[in-house]
Design a protein around this ligand. Structure first.
Ligand SMILES: [Fe+2]
Length: 443
């Protein structure tokens, strides 16, 4: 086992051991691994119809051996002030600050820049990152990194900015094109130091081993996974989280909800991740609408900061499921906000999965205080409805069509979703036809 082997791979391996006797799931795992070995290979025929559906396992125990990974976390009002000292502690003298145009115009960017220069550090910045960061933007940021002679990356922004910063770090030591690293543990060499200071309460990228980059040529998002992609330090300042628009807060918050739900029902969940997912869901559920209504509410802001952090720790170790597997190709196709897509898809995936495995959804329902009388299946249906109600309450779209998806997109979206790594830990073994049907229901 190399140092670069990720917690995700370990979790998937442990999960695969638990799949013995479930031939359909084993074949799905092998197909994903085959795709990883052949980058750029066509998605068609990799999974989809080539996998013979079999009944899903009636009971799946969490892995016997659990690995849990998390960065150092500094959280609280004023935490942003510590970035400069942390950078020096990590050995940076010439950091590249990655952000986007919106963040660059905020007082936080100026505050960070001033504190870095005071110490003094030789700082340069790159802020040409779009909401779904494109491979060519990562390439441009890497050029800025080289031009500055940088020795570390500081990300100040939402999940897109943090993912772009991770992409720069990958290229800095591993070389080549960022899309070469699609899959698990393809970036073998250690990365330069990375500090992530999130400005939205949602992505969890500041604590995760995921990096999602938009491959605009293929019209999809590429998932890059690896333990080395976990930032060295996550610095969460609720003051910063409270200065984004209500729309961004709503989108990001629904992403947090989807992280909690998918991590809790994931086939790679563990006792380490279960508590985090339940706590995060409970906090997000009681705080999200309050923060959308009143961004200055300090209690709601702190709750969402912790909910985001705990959900991120849960999902980066437990992995995710069909909602994210289906969301990634939609994001690549339509350039819509990740959290808004998840918000539409999550209730449909809950109902689909709960037809086979409702019990853990009922436990999630209990965590948010919905009526838990009746069978687990009934409670799971109530949970799906509650997610729809919360989404409507915070102004999310109801249909994929509202985000630009058209019926003709669905066959390719389903094919791409089936090869997404997140699909392997979905609690119900899905076929491409079933995923296409879910897209149609959500359209
Ligand atoms: Fe997400």
């Amino acid at each position: 086992m190399t140092p670069a082997e990720s917690g995700m791979r370990n979790a998937l391996r442990a999960y695969r051991r638990g799949c013995r006797g479930d031939e359909g799931r084993v074949r799905q795992m092998e197909a994903v691994e085959q795709t990883e070995r052949a980058p750029g290979s066509s998605a068609a025929g990799v999974l989809g119809e080539s996998v013979t559906p079999v009944p899903t396992p009636t009971h799946m125990q969490p892995p016997a051996v659990v690995k849990f990974h998390t960065p150092e976390v500094i959280i609280g009002r004023g935490a942003l002030e510590s970035v400069a000292e942390v950078a020096i502690g990590l050995g940076m003298s010439r950091p590249l600050v990655v952000s986007d145009a919106t963040v660059r115009a905020t007082a936080w960017h100026g505050e960070l820049d001033s504190s870095l220069r005071r110490l003094p550090l030789a700082v340069s910045g790159f802020s040409d990152v779009s909401p779904n960061p494109r491979a060519e933007e990562v390439g441009a940021a890497f050029t800025a990194y080289l031009d500055h002679g940088a020795d570390g990356v500081i990300a100040l922004g939402g999940g897109s900015v943090i993912d772009a910063a991770k992409g720069v770090a990958i290229m800095a030591t591993n070389g080549g094109h960022i899309l070469r690293y699609e899959g698990i543990d393809r970036a073998r060499l250690p990365l330069p130091p990375v500090i992530a200071a999130p400005t939205t309460a949602g992505s969890g990228s500041d604590v995760s081993q995921f990096c999602i980059i938009n491959d605009s040529a293929r019209g999809t998002k590429v998932t890059i996974v690896g333990r080395s992609l976990v930032p060295d330090v996550s610095i969460v300042d609720p003051r910063v989280l409270q200065t984004v628009s209500s729309a961004v807060t709503a989108q990001s918050g629904m992403d947090v909800v989807s992280h909690c739900v998918e991590a809790y029902v994931s086939l790679a969940h563990s006792r380490m991740t279960d508590g985090l997912a339940l706590q995060a869901l409970s906090m997000a559920w009681s705080s999200l609408a309050r923060l959308v209504d009143n961004p200055a509410d300090p209690e709601a802001g702190l709750d969402m900061a912790y909910a985001t952090l705990k959900a991120g720790m849960a999902f980066t170790n437990a992995i995710l499921g069909a909602t994210h597997a289906m969301s990634h190709p939609v994001g690549g196709r339509c350039d819509a906000a990740h959290g808004a897509i998840n918000s539409v898809l999550l209730p449909h995936v809950i109902r689909y999965n709960a037809q086979a495995h409702p019990a853990r959804y009922a436990e999630l329902g209990d965590a948010i205080g919905i009526d838990t009388t009746g069978s687990p299946r009934v409670v799971a249906d109530r949970l799906a409805h509650a997610v729809e109600s919360l989404a409507q309450r915070v102004g999310m779209p109801a249909r994929l069509a509202d985000l630009g998806v058209v019926a003709e997109d669905i066959p390719m979206l389903a094919t791409l979703a089936m090869r997404d790594a997140c699909m392997t830990t979905n609690p119900r073994l899905a076929t491409a036809d079933e995923i296409a049907q879910l897209y149609r229901e959500a359209l």
